[in-house]
Design a protein around this ligand. Sequence first.
Ligand code: R5P
Length: 288
Amino acid sequence: MKVLGGSASVPLARALAKELGADLIDVAFERHPGGFPDGERYVCIKGTVAREHVVIVQTTWPDPKIVELLLLADAIRDAGARRLTAVIPYYGYGRQDKRFLEGEAVSARTMAKHLALDADELLTVTFHNPDLLPTFPLPAKEVSGIPALARHLKGIGADMLLAPDGNAMRFVKEASKLTGLPFDSLSKERIDSYTVRIEPKALAVNGKSVAIVDDVISTGGTIATAATELRSQGARRVIAACVHGLFVGKAEANLKACDEVIATDTVVSRYTKVTVAPEFAAAIRALG
Ligand code: R5P
């Protein structure tokens, strides 16, 4: 087996190759220093993959990383790989999981259709809507990013876990099982047309160290609202833990409401503190 990483996911590709005891193949991403002046992407595989089972690791965000992935998949096939597994740590466009308006693309499926031209199967972490995966034109499996967060949360003295909204309940429940910490979710109650009360449903947070757990932090707006409410209820410490940390727009300012921010290596940022490599390695071994 050979592993190679697109430019969005080189550290994770390296960690995965180590976990699997497989060779990591280098890729060049520039033909000339500085790349093409028009911004087009370039890839060149620096190793042999003929007759091999090849695992490509590439997060498909932002958009140029999608082009790189398609180029890599095509180049690997042309070079004679026997089997190609696409590991997409963060699956960009996953949130457009249906046609909200007539005329739209179901973008999550569009990505899979193009990948299926070269890849035999797809693995991705904590996908927005796992029910969509069986509709993809290639076998696709979700790997959970929550165990990686749980490994970190166990060691930092959190007293409880909190889902910032109903959608995050599945992540918090899983983290609670793995850490043994109690969990709660925020409930929103409309008091009048101008006032919304947001509070933990059951557990008191006064004096507690609370870890908010979510799949994605994008602008940090959801986390900031939750953290501000927890502080007003007397929480001693607020930790934000997410699988995919995009940190766009006003995220840096919004995250000032938290004492600590934790993200996995599905998207590399200054908040990346844990790796999902062990979970991907286990999923790849289970492919058979
Ligand atoms: C929503 O479904 C997701 O679980 C996140 O809560 C959301 O994407 C976070 O976005 P933001 O950081 O912009 O509030």
